[in-house]
Design a protein around this ligand. Sequence first.
Ligand SMILES: [Zn+2]
Length: 307
Amino acid sequence: MISLSRPLVHTLDLNFLGIPNAIASYLIHHKHGAVLVECGPGSTLKALTSSLGAQGLTPRDITDVLVSHIHLDHAGAAGWFARQGARVHVHHVGAPHMIDPDKLLRSASRIYGDMMDQLWGEFLPVPEEQISILHDNDEIEIEGLVFRALDTPGHAYHHMAYLFDDICFTGDVGGVRMRRCAPGPAHLRIPTPPPEFHIEKWHESINRLAAEKFSFIAPTHFGIFNDPGEHLAAVKTGLDEIEAWMENIMPGNPTTDALEQGIATWEKERALADGVDIAALESYEKASPAWMSAEGIRRYWSKVRDV
Ligand SMILES: [Zn+2]
């Protein structure tokens, strides 16, 4: 049920790489401006600024940015918003990397190489005095809007979900789910990037979210859904399926190419079986590339299982 007391949450499509529904930023107005939950990467600032304009806002009206975690597709533009005057709220483990992003950017450059700039654009540091460092269960109060941060590792160690009235913004721990034209079951993809993907921690985080009360769930990839119970159950099923797949494939010590190809094929078959159309498949792939998931699975397998 929609809570009448809650301000409207606007879903802004950042149109990442020209693909709709790949990365969202959520906007909530207040008396003296607005809050963003997730701000996307630097490369989508033009789209974000124009969406803000359509809401009668300029970037300087954004007083606060809440990021779920510091991956570039979620937090890349936070430093730019800080330059416009915003405060940036972030998990305590991620905070030092927002203040001094050198190490983060070096490791991202190793992964993305020449594509770095085209994909992610500029990542500016956030001045220390504009950072709000979050711990589990912290409440953030902004002009009468109240958010609660929930420490939810599994996708990344430094990950917060945010409860806001009857919505939970789940970053990436709620998986990747695209809106669909036709009714049908939720299709969830589990993004398992290196270096911190961890199945057991992820299950615990989903149990934690399931124990909270909310009516809507909003993964950053992509949109607001009104079936949080089914959604979270689908994340757990997705984790179980990944685990079974991994236990089948990894003992054979596949090459990087074989692993990438294997996960891409497997994800595609799962999606088609769930009735996902080809256009939506592209959004899934942009939001959670198979090669990245393959790397995360390899890392988890060698760190946690194969010891
Ligand atoms: Zn992520």
